[in-house]
Design a protein around this ligand. Structure first.
Ligand code: ADP
Ligand code: MG
Length: 370
């Protein structure tokens, strides 16, 4: 088992409040992505969970047992860092063996003497079996005698994963493990890590600033902004029912269009925001139509991405169209675009998603006015 409960975690560095009352229930065996812009506190939260950083308030539990006061080495969690953190003078096999050797030394109550740990001593049979199994799973079994300096970035990342694997931890904690890889390798390793998760069925907590990684890899996503978790939900719900404009804008590229709107009541008017994702804007179609001028266009092959402006405004919005419309959308021309009710996200003046009954009311008023 490897469920994790984070409760009301508060953490500051000096005057800077980095985690503001973070609570999160990570389910056993799930792949949870912690996603948010750089500097929002993701690594700090992962380090608090791992026991590498003290918390100011709140608690960390694993399988509902409070481990807030336990040392990192007693939490049985494996961490994989962006920088790989391999020992350069040890071979791949020895690097993978490090946690097993550590455990051996701990269990015999001997001091973990760095010298005896780092000299390539004969590795015991059960240890070498574990290394072989991990290396096979990660397809690095032919590299066991090499040093990290003789490996590519992708291979080094696998060694770091191998080292995490052999410990059979309660959960794997990964902090931006793909960010040192080039774009092509990142996509490949992304699917390999998800396959590894499917095979192991262990709990994974995966930190990334990349919304595509979060969307494609995770069972559940926690969106973090400025030390707070804004929404914790499945990728589908995060994308289709964002709880706020901040979440809606963070997930999806090009980002969601946010149009100003208004709900006019006899007693008061409320300012609203209407969100429509670029792929839901239609060309010469949709229940609600509006005229725009086309200001920029990019042909990506399978689709064209169009930037447009509304009359009397300089704000630019985005849409994605089938390339068949290419000839009808010259830059500088006017076009009729539209959208349907089902594709709209309505937010209140504070940027919070409107509840369904209020959204319905908004469209009723809109239809009456039309
Ligand atoms: P993320 O991983 O989301 O990019 P971090 O958790 O690394 O964000 O950092 C969150 C904030 O905490 C940043 O403003 C960062 O500068 C600050 N911070 C992180 N670690 C320390 C530290 N050891 N001492 C002081 N400030 C820190
Ligand atoms: Mg970080």
């Amino acid at each position: 088992m490897g469920s994790i409960q984070l409760q009301n975690i508060v953490k500051s560095f000096g005057e800077t409040k980095v985690l503001r009352n973070v609570s999160l229930e990570i389910h056993d065996g799930e792949f949870t992505a912690l996603v948010g812009p750089s500097g929002c506190g993701k690594s700090t939260l992962l380090r608090v969970l791992a026991g590498l950083e003290d918390l100011d308030d709140g608690s960390v539990s694993i399988d509902n047992i409070d481990v807030s006061m336990s040392r990192a080495s007693d939490r049985n969690l494996s961490m994989v860092f962006q920088s790989y953190a391999l020992y350069p003078h040890l071979t791949v096999g020895e690097n993978i063996a490090v946690p097993l050797r550590m455990r051996e030394l701990n269990s015999t109550q001997r001091l973990p003497l760095l010298g005896s740990l780092l000299t390539p001593t004969a590795i015991k049979k059960n240890v070498s079996d574990k290394i072989a199994a991990a290396a096979k799973m990660l397809e690095i079994d032919h590299l066991l005698e090499r040093k990290p300096g003789q490996l590519s970035g992708g291979q080094r990342q696998r060694v770091a994963l191998g080292r995490a694997l052999v410990r059979k931890p309660k959960a794997f904690l990964l902090d931006e493990p793909l960010s040192n890889l080039d774009a092509k390798l990142r996509v490949q390793t992304r699917s390999e890590i998800t396959q590894l998760h499917r095979q192991l069925k262990s709990t994974f907590v995966y930190v990334t600033h990349d919304q595509v990684e979060a969307m494609t890899m995770a069972d559940r996503i926690a969106v973090m902004v400025d030390g707070e978790i804004l929404q914790y939900d499945t990728p589908e719900n995060i994308y289709n029912k964002p709880s706020s404009i901040d979440v809606a804008e963070f997930i999806g590229s090009p980002k969601i269009n946010i149009f100003p709107a208004e709900l006019i009541n006899p007693d008061h008017d409320s300012k609203l925001k209407l969100g429509v994702r670029p792929e839901h804007i239609k060309h010469n179609d949709g229940t609600y139509r509006f005229e725009v001028s086309i200001c920029h266009l990019e042909n990506l092959g399978p689709e064209i991405q169009v930037q447009f402006k509304l009359p009397n405004s300089d704000a630019q919005f985005h849409s994605r169209f089938d390339p068949k419309y290419l000839g009808q959308l010259p830059i500088g021309s006017k076009a009729q675009l539209g959208f349907d009710e089902v594709d709209c996200h309505i937010f209140d003046d504070k940027g919070r998603r409107l509840e369904p009954s209020k959204t319905k009311q908004f469209f009723e008023k809109l239809n009456q006015a039309a």
